[in-house]
Write a protein that binds this ligand. Sequence first.
Ligand code: ADP
Ligand code: MG
Length: 333
Amino acid sequence: MSFITINNIQKSFDGQKVLKNMDLTIEKGEFITLLGPSGCGKSTLLRIAAGLVSADGGSIFIDGIDVTNVSPKERGVGMVFQSYALFPNMNVYENVAFGLKMKKIEKQHLDERVMNMIKLVGLDGKEKAYPHELSGGQQQRVALARSIVVEPKVLLLDEPLSALDAQIRKNLQKLLRDIQQRLGITMILVTHDQEEAMLVSDRIFLLNKGEIVQSGLPQDIYKHPATEFVARFIGNYNVLGKDEMTQLIGQDPGEGMMYAIRPEAFLLNERENTILLNAEVKDIAVLGSIVRYGLELNGISFSADLLQQSGVNLEINQKVRLFLPKEDVIPLT
Ligand code: ADP
Ligand code: MG
């Protein structure tokens, strides 16, 4: 049996189905992400796993125990939210120690665990600081330390980094992944940010409208989107219907109605099994190490990413010869 089994969970609010027959299993020590657009049901599923919301049907097992009707406290589950929810009148040390004090852990052992945890999240030296003296990123580090120090069976994180600036968010994504690997904690992260999901997860469950639309390894989901929704959500795919795709590549794209092409699939040099595209540059966007070209061919617009170092220096309205590997035209359902 898997470490966590979510079995046929359903939930409606005001007659609206928010979760439809959710089935997922998670192994011990896995870092999984529930990814999807706002309103798709991610938080509801997480809150049901935590016991904060009750499901209309289905069951949840954690570590072999049916916890479906067990109170949040007795589930052995930790939770971190977007809002840090620290105790404002307690300093960093006291915030982190709080859960252990409740458990009546012996003083010296408690002190050691708290200090180790504060170090682990990179806050040594800040033990005496109060929440209002810390930045948002630092406060979230405290929230993380506080929920990990009590060694929950599973840590649930609901958009914990969404309120932070891009750079701080990147640092904390790395920290989160690092801590998870080092301690082997089972984690379920909720996010609407596909880059974040790709970066931190062992596996991703992609949700839309209360259903899991695709799950798997980050690179598999990225490389093999199953549906139009996934292709549009997960990257900067070119998504085209059959007629448009036929126009673009000058040949029948084969089985299917909709197709996707990754923007980085286009090559400057010919290879076996490639299709030549004589496109015209319409737009140029420099995105750091890559340049995203907006292109047009036979009235079809598409985008192609090329590395800065590729040596090409294209200008608007210039013609460019691109080669598209046939296998990179992905049929969608
Ligand atoms: P997400 O976290 O993916 O953004 P949520 O799980 O928060 O989505 O919400 C899913 C849907 O359920 C939304 O349409 C939301 O408005 C609705 N919803 C969530 N919680 C409640 C509630 N307590 N009462 C009524 N509707 C709710
Ligand atoms: Mg949410």
